[in-house]
Design a protein around this ligand. Structure first.
Ligand code: 5CA
Length: 158
């Protein structure tokens, strides 16, 4: 849609290119955090698919963990799946390596391919919501769409 802001439009274009019929929406309320997003959308926090970027400590590559809004990521669990330690990414790393700012990082449409892990707890919902490039933009998708769109590995993140 032409009225989307540039970052949200990039996410819409990435979804279109993947052949997914999913619609980015920009909301008046903030969707910066999972709690904000749930409130603005009117869904549960557990249905928010938060896209968290970590930094692989040896290769310095970005790693994406898409977690249910109510869950915490156990970095050791992800590290053992990846075969490399991971740490928190700072705001600058996130922006440089994904092309998006914290609070709007989407699961797709990044500057470079990002190794992706998906929280298995998201798989039990009919509909989930993900960020779409800005702290006001989101889109609704199914867990199946999320797996297809990202090629991510569904794992326990605990
Ligand atoms: N748009 C919402 C819902 S999809 C969203 O993006 N939520 S989020 O949880 O995925 O994004 C916020 C996350 O960014 C936080 O959980 C936290 O992991 C990370 N974050 C917040 N502030 C910082 C910071 N200063 N440096 C690094 N990471 C941060």
């Amino acid at each position: 849609m032409s009225e989307l802001s540039p970052s949200a439009r990039r996410v819409q274009e990435a979804l279109d290119q993947l052949g997914l019929v999913l619609q980015v929406v920009e909301l008046p309320g903030s969707t910066r955090t999972a709690v904000d997003a749930a409130q603005a959308i009117g869904c549960t926090v557990a249905q928010i698919a938060k896209s968290l970027i970590f930094r692989a400590k040896e290769t310095n590559r970005p790693v994406l963990v898409i977690a249910s809004g109510v869950n915490r990521v156990n970095e050791k669990t992800i590290a053992s799946l990846l075969g490399e330690k991971i740490g928190k990414a700072d705001a600058d790393f996130v922006r440089r390596r994904t092309g998006f700012v914290i609070g709007g990082v989407p699961p797709v449409g990044h500057i470079e391919r990002v190794e992706t892990f998906i929280d298995e707890d998201l798989m039990g919902y009919e509909g989930i919501w993900a960020a779409a490039g800005t702290p006001h933009a989101v889109f609704r998708l199914t867990p199946d769409d999320l797996v297809k769109a990202t090629g991510g590995m569904v794992v326990s993140i605990h």
